[in-house]
Design a protein around this ligand. Sequence first.
Ligand code: PNS
Length: 166
Amino acid sequence: MEKIAIYPGSFDPITNGHIDIVERGLKIFDKIIVAILRNPAKEVLFTVEERKKMIEISLNKHSNVEVDIFDGLLVDYAKMRNAGTILRGMRAVSEFEYEFQLALMNRKLNREVQTVFLMTGLRWIFTGSSIIKEAASFGGNINGMVPPVVSRKLKEKFGFISSADE
Ligand code: PNS
């Protein structure tokens, strides 16, 4: 049976740390579904459609990666997609408490779905979407921390290049 993992998150925007987790995950799973949560309650920089497009472009060399948008409970979405695993990346110990809570709640909601954590590569330990957005908002150089399409879109969003420059 095909081993499918759901890699859920906000991905606002996707970073090289996320890509690293997907690529590590592909060594374990036959297919990974990157699932973006549609969450109207959360303030975001990019629309879900923009985020989906950037992820698709960034991961287009992997035919066994799909990008999708979901709402509602993650375990329900996993079941609907026949995925037995939720994949999450873990960078620092500070993330453990939140991840632990999330994994335990998901297990309570559906015992059939397992959460698997993968550690990001060392070089991505100190980067994340929020800090990258902050740097980009002040015109900081974020090349190398995010895929090229994301770097371009961030510069565009914060007015450091116009889409006409492309
Ligand atoms: O990248 P994030 O923002 O930390 O991802 C959080 C995400 C999307 C994995 C989590 O908020 C989620 O799964 N939300 C969907 C609702 C749900 O099932 N919540 C967990 C049990 S209440």
